[in-house]
Every structure is written in C-alpha cells, then in structure tokens.
Design a protein around this ligand. Structure first.
Ligand SMILES: Cc1cc2nc3c(=O)[nH]c(=O)nc-3n(C[C@H](O)[C@H](O)[C@H](O)COP(=O)(O)OP(=O)(O)OC[C@H]3O[C@@H](n4cnc5c(N)ncnc54)[C@H](O)[C@@H]3O)c2cc1C
Length: 1003
C-alpha cells in the first residue's frame, strides 16, 4: 500500500514548543515534592547497603566514559572478546591498558582483575611498535587472559545466561529471592546484515518463545507471565524506511510467526524501540501485525511495543497506538523507556543537516517527556497496559504517585488483588538496589529485561549499557556517586525545564558551524513531508538541452573572460563573496529541483542527490568565507621606516573542467573558488551532465556574477576542453577526472609558450581499506558496502581494494557478500534503489571488460550477479578475491570490489598499498588506536578514515584531495585551496622617503 502521509507529526520541531506542551500536560497531575520524599529513603537505603553489583557501578563511576580509563574499559569490553588471534589481542590490550590508570579501584573481582592486568601490563605488554621478547610474549598472554576474564565478568553483569535455558534457570532462582518479578527475555543480536543472519535470529527467537511457553501458564494474563522482547532490525537485513514495501512483504510474516507462538502461550511479546528514522516503519509493521492479531487471536493482550520518551513525538505516538488499540478492540502492552540511542540520534541529525533534533537535547526535558508520556499511558487503560522501564528513583516515585492519583493499581498476582494495571521494568544488571527497595511494596511488580546469548554477541548491547552507566548525567551513575547529594539527585525535572528561557546545550544542525557560515540544510528521506517535494519536482522536470560550443567558441570565450577579468578582480571581495552566498541561498531554495535533475541526468540516487546539492551549497559559502580571510591584506613585520603588505588577487581567466560523477558539487566548487578569488571562469562540464551545470551557472548569474566572469562551454573534452587549455590567454586550469586526462592537460600546458600555467588536478585512486582482526564485522560490512557500491562505485573516493586480516577474513567476506546481495540495483528515481545505472555505454563497456578479466584472473565472490534487463547500463555489485595487493593495477570506476587477505605486520601491508602509487583515500578498521595512528602516519594518501566509511567528505570538515597519481592538491574544501588560484604581491613603501621617520620619533 503506498504511503501518502506520515503517521506522526513532523519529527524536527523546535524543542522549546514541545517541552511547553509536555509541561502543560503535567500541570496539576504531578506532585514532585511528594515523589522526591518517597524516593529519598530508597536512595539512602541503597547507599547504605549497596547491592552486590555495586562495585561495577563504582568502577564506572570512578572511570566514567569521559576518562581515558573509562574509554579503555569500554573499548576492551567492546572488542577483546571477538579477537581470534593472540598477537592482535596482545596489541589491543597493550594499546588500551597503556593509556589507563586503574589504581585504587573498588574492591571487586572485576576491579581486582583489572588492576592485576594493568599492573602486569606495565611489565609484560610490548610497547607499541617494539619487537616483544619471549618473556614479554609469555607474560603478555597472561595479561590478555586476565583482561579477557575481567571483560567476561563485565559482560556477565548484563547477560542473564548464554542460552535461553540458562537464562530461565537464573530467572527462576531470582524469583525465589523476590516474588514480584517477571522477565522479558531478549535474545542478543541486532542489525542483521544478511538474510542468513536474520533467519538465524528468527530461529533463536522461535526457540526462546517455545522454551518460555513450556514454563508459563497460558491461562494467566500476559502481564503475569514471562515474555520476550524482539528487535525488528535483527529479523530483516534491510529494515529501513526506503525498503518499506519489501519489509512489509518479508518482515511482517516473520514477526507474525513469533506473535502466533507468543499468543498461543499468552505471553508478552514486545517490539523494542530502535532508531528514530525507523519509527514510522516500525509503526507500519506494528499496525499490520495488530490487524492480524485482531483477526486471528483477538483475545491475546500480550502484543506490545517500546516507546522512547526522548523523542519529541512520543506523546503523539502513544495517542496513535491507543487509537489503534481502540480501532481493533485490542489492548497493547506498551513499555515506556527514555531511549538508548541518544548520541547516535544527535550525530545523525547533524550529519544530515536536519532542521532540528528529533530527540530532546537536555536530560531534564527527556525526564519531563517521560512523565508526560506516563500520564498519557495511564489515561488510556482501555487500550494500553503501561510498562514503565526506568532505573531512576525520582521517575519511579513520580509514576507511582501519578498512578495512585489515576486509581491504577500495580501488583503481580497478589491474592485477591485482581489484575494489575501497570508494571515497572528494569534491565538485568541495573537498578537492582533501587528496585530492592521499591519492591518491598508487594503491590508493585517489576519485569526484568534479560539479555540472553553468547558473550561474543553482547557487544552492541554492552556498549549501550556502559554508556548509560558511565555517563555523568545518568541516574545510576549519580546514585553510585556519594558526592551527589540527595537534593541534587532528586531535583525536579519540571523545575529544571524552562521553555521560555531555554538555552541550547547543543547547536542546532543548521548552526553547526557557528558564526562562520550556515550549514546547508538536508532532508530526512524517511519523512514523507521531506521527500514529497523531491518526487513532485522529479515528476515535473524536463531536462533542458544545452547547446554545444565549438572550438571556435572556446577562443572567443577566452577573449571575453580575459576582458572581464580586470572588472571582476577589482570588485571588492565582499561584493564577490556576497554573490556566492546569494547563489548558495538560491540553491538551498531550489534543492528539490536540483536533486531531481541529478537523478534524471546523472542517475544519482535520492540520498546521493541531496548530499551533492548540500555539498555545492557548502562550497559556495565556505569559499566565500575563505576568500575574505585569505584576500585580506596582511601587514608584515620588518625594519622601521617602511611598510610591508602582502596582498592576494586573481590570476586571470581559469578553465574549470569538472566530471560527471559530481556534476553539481565539483562544478560549483571549482567555479566558486576561482570566482571568489577574483578570477574569471570558463566552465567546461562533463559532456554527460551539462544541464545541471547550466542550472548552476544560471543561479550564479542571477545572484550577480557578470556574464563575462562566468561562461559555460559544453562540448566534448577532446575539442572544447582541449581547445580551452591551449588558449594563450588562460591563467590556470582546475581539473577533476582521470589521471590519464590530467596528464594530457599537463603536457598541453607544458608545451605552450608564455607563462607557466598552474594546474590543479584531482584524479582517481585505488583506494584501500585495511581491516585488522579487532574490527567489528558488522561495522566493516556497512562501511565496505557503502564505500564500494554506493553511487555504483562512481566516486573518486570509492573503495576498490579491501585488505582483510586472515583471522577474520572468512566471516567478514561472507557478511559483505550477504549484505551486497541485499542491495537493489535499478531505477535511481525509486527510493528503494541502492545502485543506479553507470553513467553511459562507454563506462558500462569498460567496467564489463574489467569484470570479464577478473573472472579469469581472480576468484569471483558474489557468483554471477545479474544486471536488470529492463535498464541499460546497470551493473550489480561485483566482488573478487585477488592473490595480492600488487595484482590490482588499475582503478575500475564502477561497483567492483577486489579483496585480498593479509597476515603479519599491518605496516608491511600499508607499504604495499603505498607502492600502488595512488594516494586518495584510505580506510582503516581497527580498535587499536595506536595502530590506526601509525598506519595513517605511514599512508601516502590525502584522506584517511578510521572505523567508518571512506566516502562523503564534507566541505571544511574533511578537505578532499590526494597525492601521487591521485592529484596535485591542494585539497578542495580546505584552507589552502584558494591560495593556488591567487597571484601574490608584496607592497613595500619607504615611509621615510618624504622627510624622515616620523613614526619612530613619535613612538
Ligand atoms: C526494561 C527496559 C527495556 C528497554 N528497552 C529499550 C528499547 O526498546 N529501546 C531503547 O531505546 N531503550 C530501551 N531501554 C533502555 C532505556 O532507554 C535506558 O535504560 C533508559 O533510557 C535509562 O533511563 P533511566 O530512567 O533508567 O535513567 P536516567 O539516568 O534517568 O535517564 C538516562 C536517559 O536520559 C536520556 N538522556 C541522557 N542525556 C540526555 C540529554 N542530554 N538530553 C536528552 N536526553 C538525555 C537518555 O535517554 C538516557 O538513556 C530499556 C530499558 C529498560 C529498563
């Protein structure tokens, strides 16, 4: 079913307005003083008599994640368990423990083990880069074993058992100690990258439901039985909004089989809440399942979902779910949480340049939202059974207060008490002390969220918990910190939330660059209100035809540009830059139309198109700012009696030759840099993409750039481009394209008489990614798939050569293969498409020839990937295992990845990569920080990316450009770029010429 409207309000609303609404909803509904009074004795009791796990929390209090030690602990916990080879495990442990100082930790097994490991590490662990002797090797193994043990203990803190049976046994014994407990088991694992992973997770959920079903009484209400929590991201490799049709087709039936099992046993099945951009999709899945429940098992009241109060749409979400329940006469179990992905949500909003954050940005605001949500849940008893998940004593007490006021009663199976109206929840390993006190009231019940699984699968979960416990603002952390007084700990969030006087704790995404320049604004394609204008622009767009220039036109244009130079060069910098800023604003306004043009003319996908328009806008604003900086005259120090000033100005008429793969961003970047510095421009776009270039030129002219200062010359490189380059009047050439054409231009320039003409060339690369055995396979798979196949591999920065450590190669390659097979190759105008066709027949033929050659010379990894028959020039992802790095000799400008295994010294691998002669981008995937820095230091490349993808450089943030065969520099979007476009002049004036040194006498 096509989606026409979003189910929920716009997610990027001003925070203060939403906060005011939430506070208004709580007016008269909450007595915080009473809540704090109720919570205070719990806090006192826990501090006086800490629970057994307290030492872990003290440890994290002592070493919060903001400290070197806390970070080391988290890094080790995240990585050490998965490192298969001893050598790398030693290097990782040495690297992380080397920067930590764990002296004086609390007295716990974990703490003791940590201190032992650290003390031993001083003697036994090799120094970074040194060759370890035998004693060191033997000792290092013991240190690693001790550290592993410490990390396992840390993991055990949060995992109930390695198998569901083990978990249920632990749960049963916990219930013996505390009767009003129930459990929601969570089978560890999330974010399936391949369908095989998703099916494996599905089987583990099915197995767990069957096991729980054997122990519960189906006649009891789901609120009284143990249950299960599931993550939709674990059950489908493409659980993302753009794939919603496929998700509805494939994921819904999978979850439905789980629902059927849960319904038959009458247990609670909750869908966990994940990232904000999946909320609408998860609701759609939830609605589809609710319809099935209503149809097939309307008596089941155990179906539910988790809701995140940190989302600014949380209350509306609750209203939506309640309405859904009423519509189908169902009652859902709704778990209210604050939300576990706060840092990731903030980063995503900043990266995408969204208008605001989808989550609250201050902790008390989330607390207020939580209470407003609690109120909304308690107000919908006909449709919702509320489950309040929190470890915060103040929040718990406030909820109990509100619940009492609304007449809702808690209680789990108390004789004669009837069914409870709500429950509290906590995570296994957290909040045990507070709940020990809260549960002394037998009318209150608590469900424990209990992760089950192998320690190896624990990592993503564990890191979230460590972030929670180690963050200064976390209640659990503050509770363990005796220096935080009771008043502070139980401060009213209502008092701390002042919408009218709200001061931002974080810059909004549009203000990311502060007073320097506005950030370009992007879109969230998961929001219909954001993507509709794009689709409408696409439907309305007719790609204009651009007349071709001839070689003779080139000569006339150069003459015109030479004539226009003096006028433009003498235009004050501020005026020139104002025109660029006006053009940037106009581009921002026309973003949908420009994106549509990129999709139609350059076969860009929507995400890439939006990023490209943003990059063009950023270039215009960045170079405008930077021109004002570099072109301001500089007074230079020197002897008295004279003044010395350095001034920059334009060189003359520049030829700007840009490629089809970034036909707007690179085009606009080159042109803006030349214009900002006072040069006039002859812009030669790629033959394949003249319409988008024409559009950019029109915008610049409309913004005030004179016609003579910027001329567009569309035509073949061999005629128009070549003829521009050889014109005697030109002052410089800036070129982005292949190394081969750059060399032709360089030779043509060298052969000319007259002045020596500067050439800025940004060319291609055999970009490598070096992965060691500490890397997280899922993160590697994401980074590889994006870097190698996004934009059909037609980026200069794209990954061409993956070098993966032999100890993890099989698993990593398998995961990448599985993930690559999930990619959709097709029409780029479709939102679901990951790879569009390559640019033209010539490119298609060239790539196809390479693929045929590789089929003979290397081992094909993806089988015969089909090309879609309906679309010409479509190439599905290709992957080959090659025997050595040196076997890769050419850049293949398409979705073709070559893979090589390595062992031994990573530095030797780096030298082999350097020996290829290219130097554009490099990816490094390792958790050994010192190794990442050493490799980056040894790499002869322009852009190094550690533990992320290696594409999508942002203007002013990751200045882009390489060395060697990859280009001349300076880097585009960096502080040195404009200087190459400038002529320099020093002006020395003898200030004593007219009668002596007045300044010296009067000083
Ligand atoms: C049973 C159970 C199930 C859970 N299931 C899920 C789930 O499905 N999905 C999910 O996302 N989480 C889930 N969680 C995790 C939950 O989000 C965290 O445990 C919870 O946020 C911690 O809140 P608290 O009230 O215990 O602690 P508090 O210390 O009071 O609150 C910490 C929370 O405040 C928020 N916060 C922190 N800093 C800021 C800031 N600067 N601005 C705004 N907000 C901020 C964050 O949400 C942070 O987690 C679950 C938790 C439990 C107990």
């Amino acid at each position: 079913m096509p989606r026409t409207t979003d189910r929920l309000p716009f997610p990027y609303r001003p925070e203060a307005g939403v906060l005011a609404q939430r506070l208004a909803a709580l007016q008269g509904a909450l007595d915080w003083t009473a809540a704090a009074t109720q919570a205070a004795p719990w806090v006192r009791a826990v501090r006086e008599n800490p629970p057994p796990f307290w030492a872990m929390e003290s440890l994290l209090k002592e070493y919060p994640i903001s400290s070197a030690e806390g970070l080391a602990l988290m890094r080790l916990a995240e990585a050490l368990l998965r490192v298969p080879d001893a050598e790398t495990a030693i290097a990782l442990t040495a690297d992380q423990l080397g920067r930590a100082d764990f002296d004086g930790v609390a007295d716990s097994t974990l703490a003791r083990l940590s201190s032992t490991a650290i003390a031993m590490s001083k003697h036994f662990l090799p120094q970074a880069g040194s060759e370890p002797g035998l004693m060191v090797k033997l000792g290092a193994k013991s240190v690693v074993a001790a550290t592993l043990r410490a990390v396992q203990l840390l993991g055990r803190q949060f995992v109930l058992g390695q198998t569901i049976e083990e978990g249920m046994k632990e749960a049963a014994s916990a219930r013996k100690r505390q009767s009003n407990l129930s459990f929601s088991f969570d089978m560890l694992g999330e974010g399936a990258r391949t369908d095989a992973d998703a099916l494996r997770y599905l089987a583990s959920y099915e197995n767990a439901i069957a096991a729980i079903a054997r122990t519960v009484d189906p006649k009891r209400a789901p609120s009284q039985n143990d249950g299960i929590s599931i993550k939709l991201s674990a059950l489908h490799p493409r659980y993302e909004d753009a794939q919603h049709e496929r998700v509805m087709r494939e994921l819904v039936p999978r979850v439905w089989t789980l629902c059927e099992g849960a319904a038959a046993a009458n247990l609670n099945l909750t869908i966990d809440a994940e990232e904000v951009d999946r909320l609408e999709l998860s609701l759609e899945v939830f609605e589809a399942l609710a319809r099935l429940v209503a149809q097939h098992c309307p008596q089941w009241q155990g179906f539910g979902l988790a809701l995140q109060a940190y989302q600014t749409r949380a209350v509306e979400l609750i209203e939506h779910v309640a309405a859904l329940g009423r519509q189908h006469q169902l009652k859902f179990m709704c778990r209210l949480v604050k939300g576990a992905y706060w840092d990731a949500e903030i980063k995503r909003a900043q990266e995408l340049g969204l208008p605001a954050y989808p989550v609250f940005t201050q902790k008390p605001h989330t607390d207020v939202s939580y209470l407003a949500c609690a109120r909304a849940l308690l107000d919908a008893p006909d449709a919702i059974y509320p489950q309040f998940a929190t470890h915060n004593a103040g929040t718990i007490a406030a909820i109990l207060n509100m619940a009492m006021a609304t007449g809702a009663q808690a209680g789990l199976g108390r004789p004669g008490a009837g069914l409870p109206k709500f429950e509290l929840q906590r995570l296994h390993g957290m909040g045990e002390g507070i709940y020990r006190e809260v549960l002394k009231n037998p009318a209150v019940s608590c469900r424990v969220y209990a992760p089950v699984g192998a320690h190896r699968d624990l990592l993503a979960y564990l890191v979230r918990r460590l972030l929670e416990n180690g963050a200064n603002s976390s209640f659990v952390h503050q509770l363990a910190d005796e220096s935080v007084g009771m008043d502070e700990l139980l401060l009213s969030p209502l008092e701390q939330s002042k919408p009218a006087a709200m001061t931002a704790s974080l810059p909004l995404p549009p203000d990311l660059y502060g007073s320097q320049r506005p950030n370009s604004q992007g879109l969230d394609l998961a929001v219909i209100a954001h993507r509709d204008p794009l689709l409408a622009a696409h439907a309305a767009l007719v790609v204009p035809t651009v007349p071709e220039a001839t070689a003779a036109d080139a000569q006339a244009a150069v003459n015109k540009a030479v004539q226009a130079f003096a006028g433009w060069n003498h235009t004050p910098v501020a005026e020139r830059t104002a025109t660029l800023r006006r053009a940037a604003d106009a581009m921002q306004q026309q973003l949908p139309r420009l994106c549509a043009l990129l999709v139609k003319e350059a076969h860009k996908g929507w995400g890439d198109a939006v990023s490209e328009v943003r990059e063009a806008i950023d270039f215009l604003r960045y170079y405008a700012n930077d021109a004002e900086r570099v072109m301001a005259p500089q007074t230079l120090p020197g002897p008295t009696g004279e003044s010395n000033t350095l001034r920059l100005e334009g060189r003359g008429a520049w030829v700007c030759i840009s490629p089809w793969n970034f036909p707007l961003a690179i085009f606009a970047g080159q042109v803006a840099a030349a214009l900002a510095t006072g040069n006039t421009v002859l812009a030669k776009p790629a033959e394949q993409t003249p319409a988008i270039a024409l559009e950019a030129v029109k915008l610049l002219h409309a913004a005030g750039v004179p016609a003579g200062a910027l001329q567009l010359l569309h035509g073949p490189g061999e005629t128009v481009g070549a003829s521009l380059v050889v014109q005697p009047g030109i002052a410089g050439v800036v070129f982005t394209g292949s190394t081969q054409v750059a060399k032709i231009i360089q030779r043509a320039l060298a052969a000319k008489d007259g002045p020596i003409i500067p050439l800025i060339a940004e060319t291609g690369g055999i970009n490598a990614m070096l992965v060691d055995s500490t890397a997280l396979p899922e993160q590697v798979a994401d980074a590889v798939v994006q870097s190698a196949f996004r934009s059909a591999g037609q980026r200069c920065s794209a990954l061409r050569l993956l070098c993966v450590h032999e100890a993890i190669a099989d698993g990593v390659i398998e995961m990448i293969e599985g993930a690559a097979k999930e990619l959709v190759a097709g029409d780029p105008a479709e939102l679901a498409t990951d790879l569009g066709p390559v640019i033209d027949a010539e490119a298609f033929d060239g790539i196809t020839r390479h693929v045929q050659r590789l089929h003979k010379a290397a081992k094909p990894l993806l089988g015969d990937q089909p090309t879609a028959p309906t679309l010409p020039h479509l190439i599905a992802p290709q992957m080959f295992e090659v025997p050595s790095i040196s076997a890769v000799t050419q850049e293949i400008f398409g979705p073709v990845l070559q893979v090589v295994r390595w062992g031994g010294d990573p530095m030797a691998v780096m030298q082999q990569i350097n020996a290829l002669g290219y130097g554009l981008t490099l990816g490094i995937q390792t958790r050994i920080d010192s190794r990442a820095l050493a490799l980056a230091g040894a790499a002869r490349v322009g852009n190094v990316y550690v533990n992320r993808n290696m594409i999508g450089a942002v203007v002013g943030v990751q200045p882009f450009g390489g060395e060697g065969l990859s280009g001349t520099g300076p880097k585009a979007g960096g502080p040195h770029y404009l200087l190459r476009f400038c002529a320099e002049q020093t002006l020395t004036i003898n200030t004593t010429a007219a009668g002596g040194n007045v300044a010296l006498f009067t000083a």
